[in-house]
Write a protein that binds this ligand. Structure first.
Ligand code: HEM
Length: 408
């Protein structure tokens, strides 16, 4: 079947269905470059070159829908969000130029390679502390022990969030993932919307408190920019930047670490190799980002009619950019099903996007995963996966094992 404009239609494509969540790769074979998925009302884009083109052309492809709810929600949910001060275009990742640059510039300052390198001792120390607390004589859940708390601690302490507030911030982030990238019931959606209002209010209050009581943290550093020129960066914009980082800075990395350990232990020779050659760990992380990315899908919407992958798209066409499929595109990655930590071009992956929105935390995320694997392979050279049914949070964009039981 095709649409009126000749676009192939894939009636059974449902990325939130159980079978898909369990094994998305099984659904990647023989898909056309672009097809329409009626279950979502999105056009799915599957080829590396087309996705790269979309990322590199913000004039034609807007980021406005990057974190809008994937499915239509009841009006009450929208009203709850708006009344609570959660604007329809809530943050950096969904803004187009020129507004995007106002937030991106000050936020990116904190993640230069030099600043990220300076975080290394803290990441190593936190990893060691978390693993010291593990009883390795018993099977343990690697996500609860390390993958979940490590990026959370690093990012929230960096931002200046008091430790007592970390658990609720994490809860709000889970609501955010379900509301924007999942398929909640109406009742669940309303619950999540109320959580989002609390989340936004919390960050605004945090900025107000920090304004009067500065610390050695990122929120305070942003407030210094505000002091110099309040128009250049408003307090509301600072809260918005914190809204971006408080989510992007750990949900992604938590899942990356989980995917790394899962994929490495799945074939024990992969783990053994890293144990013997720690210098190949960074390359293995890049290959995981190609092979099983923790952000497998990102979104755009067309601002004018355009032809993409041979399909004529109208203005307002919503695009489901299947980054995980781009990582398996044989035109760029020969023998894409083969996991190869020595692959010379793993780094060409689109797992961090491309162009003006390219992930500002890519170096940090990579480093956290690399250091976590260094410590894990050193401590647990004989680590194995426990036989288990691995489950995934039901959303399209943040993918990693919810629990991963391992034995040292
Ligand atoms: C480690 C795994 C990570 C993955 C796979 C990942 C992936 C992505 C992707 C796909 C985008 C959208 C790019 C686009 O629209 O072109 C993005 C943007 C972004 N990421 Fe990451 N990310 C990761 C880690 C992080 C970390 C650790 C941080 C925090 C420091 C972070 C902060 C951001 C921000 C703020 C943006 C929005 C940038 C903008 O709109 O200009 N990410 N990331």
């Amino acid at each position: 079947m095709t649409t009126a404009s000749g676009c192939p239609v894939h009636g059974g494509f449902d990325p939130l269905g159980d079978a898909f969540l369990r094994d998305p790769n099984a659904h990647m074979h023989d898909v056309p470059p672009v097809f329409y998925a009626p279950a979502l009302d999105y056009y799915v884009v599957t080829r590396y070159a087309d996705i790269e083109r979309v990322f590199l052309d913000p004039e034609t492809f807007s980021a406005a829908n990057a974190q809008l709810p994937l499915i239509a929600l009841p009006p009450e949910v929208g009203k709850t969000l708006l009344d609570g001060g959660h604007k329809p275009q809530p943050s950096m990742v969904s803004l187009d130029p020129p507004e995007h640059g106002r937030l991106r510039k000050p936020a990116a300052r904190a993640f230069t390679p030099r600043r990220v390198d300076a975080m290394e001792p803290r990441i190593r120390a936190t990893t060691a502390e978390l693993l010291d607390a593990v009883d390795a004589s018993q099977p343990f859940d690697l996500i609860a022990a390390l993958a979940f708390p490590l990026p959370m601690r690093i990012m929230f302490s960096f931002m200046g969030v008091p430790e007592a507030d970390w658990p609720r911030l994490k809860e709000w982030c889970a609501s955010r993932a379900s509301l924007a990238w999942g398929r909640p019931t109406d009742e669940e959606a309303l619950h999540h919307a109320r959580q989002m209002v609390r989340y936004r209010r919390y960050l605004r209050d945090l900025v107000a408190v920090k304004a009067g009581d500065r610390g050695d943290d990122f929120a305070s550093a942003l407030l210094e920019i505000h002091d110099e020129d309040p128009e250049a960066l408003t307090q509301e914009e600072i809260a918005s930047i914190l809204f971006s980082l408080s989510f992007a800075g750990h949900e992604t990395t938590n899942n990356l670490i989980g995917n790394c350990v899962r994929r490495l232990l799945e074939a024990p020779e992969r783990w053994a190799r890293l144990v013997g050659e720690p210098s190949s760990i960074a390359g293995a992380v890049d290959e995981i980002l190609r092979y099983d990315p923790s952000v497998p899908v990102w979104r755009r919407v067309t601002k004018r009619p355009v032809t993409l992958g041979g399909v004529d798209l109208p203005e307002g066409a919503k695009l489901f950019l299947w980054l995980a499929a781009a990582g398996r595109d044989p035109d760029v990655f020969p023998e894409p099903e083969r996991f190869d930590p020595e692959r010379p071009n793993s780094r060409r992956t689109l797992a961090f996007g491309r162009g003006i929105h390219f992930c500002i935390g890519s170096a940090l995320g990579r480093m956290e995963a690399t250091l976590a694997l260094e410590e894990l392979t050193r401590r647990f050279p004989a680590l194995t996966l426990v036989e288990q049914d691995i489950t995934f949070h039901p959303n399209i964009s943040f993918r990693g094992p919810q629990a991963l039981w391992v034995h040292a």
